[in-house]
Design a protein around this ligand. Structure first.
Ligand code: DAT
Ligand code: MG
Length: 151
């Protein structure tokens, strides 16, 4: 299996509700490696670029208002199968359809307040990390637990 990178973001509701530690913990405990982390007030232009595939959707303006309504926590995570696995940890887009045990299933109620973002493909993982992080903000490091996670 391949080592991938994914962009995970705690949205403004997750920050305001004090869920930052809880959400980071879930990715840490699973065994993924954090390679980038910052609290950030997202400018409108960046939010629009990040969600450009949804530009034509009726909810697009509200989505941009939501994402720029307060600070977000930007994260880059690395690991074997991390993109698909993170999507599973996050759960369905609509929190009412998200399974218990997932972040959205446990912690959220509505699509418009679904607390967290995760890239939907390895290519988008790389694209989004490049969009949200500058060079020098990411750390390549060897985690001592690695041999106990991957044989
Ligand atoms: P996901 O965040 O699960 O990858 P997505 O990429 O389809 O979902 O959409 C991005 C975000 O846009 C999503 O987290 C919340 C918002 N959104 C999606 N569909 C929506 C809808 N039908 N009504 C309101 N907001 C929506
Ligand atoms: Mg998406």
């Amino acid at each position: 299996e391949e080592v991938d990178q994914t962009y995970i973001m705690i949205k403004p509701d997750g920050v305001q509700r004090g869920l930052v530690g809880e959400i980071i913990s879930r990715f840490e405990r699973k065994g993924f490696k954090l390679t980038g982390l910052k609290l950030f007030q997202c400018p409108k232009e960046l939010a629009e670029e990040h969600y450009k595939d949804l530009q034509s959707k009726p909810f697009f303006p509200k989505l941009i208002d939501y994402i720029t309504s307060g600070p977000v926590v930007c994260m880059a995570w690395e690991g074997v199968g991390v993109v698909a696995s993170a999507r599973k940890l996050i759960g369905a887009t609509n929190p009412l359809n998200a399974e218990p045990g997932t972040i959205r299933g446990d912690l959220a109620v509505q699509t418009g307040r679904n607390v967290v973002h995760g890239s939907d493909s390895p290519d988008n993982g790389k694209r989004e990390i490049g969009l949200w992080f500058k060079e020098g903000e990411l750390c390549a490091w060897a985690a001592v637990q690695e041999p106990w996670l991957v044989e």
